[in-house]
Design a protein. Structure first.
Length: 312
């Protein structure tokens, strides 16, 4: 059991599940408090890291593509304070944070779980019914229908169309876009039976967002609807496809000869360094998949595994 308690929240890991409970202090973002407690299965985790800073640091949990409706809907655009998969760590708890990371990484290593895209959601998404007021209206979702109501800031043309009720079966896609600079954001629902090219200000299927603190809460509505739409597994499978599924990667061939895996190309900007633990864990998972597929014998797998472990 690993546990870290902070004003920002509490993370607990029991070997199978990372339980995330948001803090109740006034400084904790309302999105995290509205979302509430999360139970993240180990199978949904792609990596975990602690980033030290001058006054503590930050724990970051990286989920597998397609495993979480909120991550799918937000697409990395949530403000740092609103992201439930980040935890602000105080200076006197950095050692606990590092221990937490080690425990999760060791569990991933032992289980040899894949870290690529999933073909189904492993988290349920925000609880419903859910209602959020922000920008020029209110978006409500009961699990079956989206209801869009307007306020005094709504453009007259959109307001004159009245309240919109959209069955989830009529919705093709949902998109949440936060405000950026002078550009307003939006929550938009695509309805094939009533297509429109109107901007969010005039689109009767969109809430226009003005850049205020409650705007990220609209991402929860987007996530709740996303959880009930078809899973984007086809696109996820395309992203995770390999050039030749029947042959081991180049780095593995030298590992089978007893030599360390071939040095990877220099990482692009923003990518982890070659010796980053998450990268090494990914290689171990790939080796495990090759063994399960019958491409590697147990002896070959053991030799390659030891070559990777020496780099930890």
């Amino acid at each position: 059991m690993a546990e870290i308690l902070q004003k920002d929240g509490t993370w607990t890991f029991d070997g199978d599940t990372i339980r995330i409970v948001p803090g109740r202090e006034r400084g904790v973002h309302p999105l995290r408090q509205t979302l509430g407690e999360l139970a993240v299965p180990l199978g949904a985790v792609a990596g975990v890291a602690f980033e030290p800073a001058r006054k503590g640091g930050r724990l970051r949990l990286r989920l597998r593509d397609g495993s979480d409706p909120l991550t799918q809907a937000a697409r990395g655009r949530l403000p740092e304070a609103a992201d439930p998969y980040q935890l602000a760590v105080e200076q006197d708890r950095t050692g606990v944070a590092e221990y937490f990371v080690d425990e999760v990484r060791h569990a991933l290593l032992l289980e040899q779980l894949p870290d690529g895209p999933t073909d189904r959601y492993l988290l349920p998404g925000p609880a419903v019914p859910l209602s959020v007021s922000a920008g020029d209206g209110t978006a409500s979702f009961d699990g079956e229908r989206v209801r869009l109501e307007w306020n005094w800031t709504t453009a007259e043309g959109k307001k004159s169309a009245g309240t919109r009720v959209l069955p989830v079966t009529d919705i093709a896609t949902v998109e949440w876009q936060p405000s950026a600079g002078l550009e307003n954001g939006y929550l938009r629902f695509t309805v094939p039976q009533a297509p429109t090219n109107a901007p969010p200000k005039h689109d009767p299927h969109a809430i226009e967002l003005f850049g205020f603190k409650k705007d990220p809460l609209m991402a929860l509505v987007a996530a709740a609807v996303t959880a009930r739409l078809p899973h984007p597994s086809a696109a996820g499978a395309a992203r995770s496809a390999v050039a030749s599924p029947g042959a081991p990667a180049l780095g593995f061939s030298k590992a089978l000869e007893g030599a360390p895996p071939a040095a990877p190309a220099a990482p692009e900007r923003g990518e982890p360094a070659p010796d980053d633990h998450d990268v090494l864990l990914r290689r171990l998972r790939e080796l495990g998949e090759l063994r399960h597929a019958g491409i590697l014998t147990d002896e070959e797998f053991a030799a390659a595994k030891q070559a990777v472990l020496r780099r930890f």
